[in-house]
Design a protein around this ligand. Structure first.
Ligand code: ZN
Length: 151
């Protein structure tokens, strides 16, 4: 099996069996985003401790296999990480898709989406969950606290 085929299987597995699908009753942060170019819709709920650790990350939404697989992989990757670490995962993933220098060691299964770099129109699908995450973090810092953010 080629690496491409392995990657495709990992993506389809996350799409068909999303790891952290659903919503939180009282999320610290909750951000919805949609990607008009493809029609993907996503809501990301985060539970963040007072010392800035992502205790829980879940998503729900509808969209193409790439957007949903990326959300499943990202929520898996950031659980238990500090917000700073989670942010580095998001940045490294974007770097990977932009073909810039990227820290692959922290990406986990997200690396399987590397092939999306060949399809610029789909990069927005793959990064939708990271954009939701970054928007949540911005709102949190602007608000000066860990209030529930609806976007
Ligand atoms: Zn899409």
């Amino acid at each position: 099996m080629s690496l491409d085929e392995v990657y495709r299987e990992v993506i389809m597995d996350h799409y068909q069996n999303p790891r952290h699908h659903g919503h939180l009753e009282q999320p610290t942060l909750s951000v919805g985003l949609h990607n008009p170019t493809c029609g993907d819709e996503l809501r990301l709920d985060l539970q963040v401790s007072d010392d800035g650790v992502v205790q829980d990350a879940v998503f729900e939404g509808q969209g193409c296999s790439i957007s949903m697989a990326a959300a499943s992989m990202f929520t898996e990757a950031v659980r238990g990480k500090s917000l700073g670490e989670a942010n580095r995962i998001a940045e490294s993933f974007k770097d990977l898709l932009m073909r810039r220098e990227s820290d692959r060691s922290i990406l986990g299964e997200l690396e399987a989406l590397e092939g999306v770099a060949k399809f610029p129109a789909r990069v927005k699908c793959a990064t939708l969950v990271m954009n939701a995450f970054e928007k949540a973090i911005r709102k949190m810092s602007e608000g000066g606290g860990s209030g529930n953010v609806q976007a």
